[in-house]
Design a protein. Structure first.
Ligand code: FES
Length: 65
């Protein structure tokens, strides 16, 4: 599934970028070029990044307890 049609960025490409690099949200978007054209994809891309970070945070909290 495409996250950014303008740049041809798929959800897998975004998830790979999130999973393999410890970059900030802005850096991930910049690295992939998400939002560089029409910008329609930015909200969904940011939501995916935040959901992923929240999942990681909840896993970390569970392992701490
Ligand atoms: S859909 Fe991503 S910049 Fe247009």
């Amino acid at each position: 599934m495409y996250i950014c049609i303008c740049k041809g960025i798929t959800e897998k490409m975004l998830m790979d970028q999130i999973g393999t690099h410890n970059h900030s949200q802005d850096q991930i978007l910049k690295n992939l070029g998400i939002g560089d054209s029409c910008g329609a994809c930015v909200v969904d891309a940011v939501k995916k990044i935040l959901d992923n970070q929240n999942n990681l945070d909840s896993k970390t909290k569970k392992s701490d307890s």
